[in-house]
Design a protein around this ligand. Sequence first.
Ligand code: GLU
Length: 304
Amino acid sequence: MENILREIVEENRYLTGEGRVADYIPALKKANPKDIGICVVDLEGNTYKAGDCDVKFTIQSISKVISLMLAIMDNGQSYVFERVGYEGTDEPFNTLYKLDFPHIDKPVNPMVNAGAILTTSLIKGGHGERFQRILDLIRITSNNPNISYNEEVYLSEKGTGDRNRALANIMKARGMLDGDVEDILDDYFKQCSIEVDALDLANIGFFLAKGCEGLKSYGNIDRRKLTSILLGIMNACGMYNFSSQYAIEVGIPSKSGVAGGIMGAVPSNMGIGIYSPALDENGNSKAGYGMMKSLSERLDLRLF
Ligand code: GLU
């Protein structure tokens, strides 16, 4: 397996020169665009790595899967999806589009920023506790108790997060979002700044691939249903406004983040973690997409 991963890294390395590191959050500009790594955890828990798997980066939007998981465990499926939609979108991840349309009463899905900010607001506990509970769940699902957040990225996001402020404020004004906007955003910025490596992402993917097995409590939902929701949403909305084409080309439920991570879960088979910070025009890792496609083809992982 490690030989295959090494070949996949080399086949796709040229793509790191074709993408661009995210710069709308100033601290993300510091990433090395040449970094590229892939890590796989199979169903027995064996780990395989190639490339830059030890580089730390911020989880960004991949945290939205975990905050959704927690919101559902706290409140149940019906309550959460009365407040946020299920469907994909061809709009970018930070879109304000439609949030002020009179007939729209919720953000389109939990993977765009508006939906994710709303999802975080639904997590039980006040300001600070919501973030701590997301961090705790990321530590459990990644099997890494040492994970923490990156203060510099957090402050950078908070200092420049006016678009996310606009999203939260319009949702509050429209009666979609309850609670203190700045407190909710503070938890959201911090959850995006949680620092991981490719192995951590592969372990989160592995946790999902095993049907979310191993938590002490699932709150208001059965774990199989929880897994179906998370993988279904990742498949439909996990790769921004490229999700459907990605599903056709790769066929693995995945979630990307603007720092260059991709987490993938092949049910009852493996978890995949990828890092390569040079992004394409949709905000997905350019070489990351290439590596996922190669891996899916080489190991015949496509689910449909
Ligand atoms: N913290 C980022 C933002 O809110 C997350 C975006 C992403 O990874 O897609 O803009």
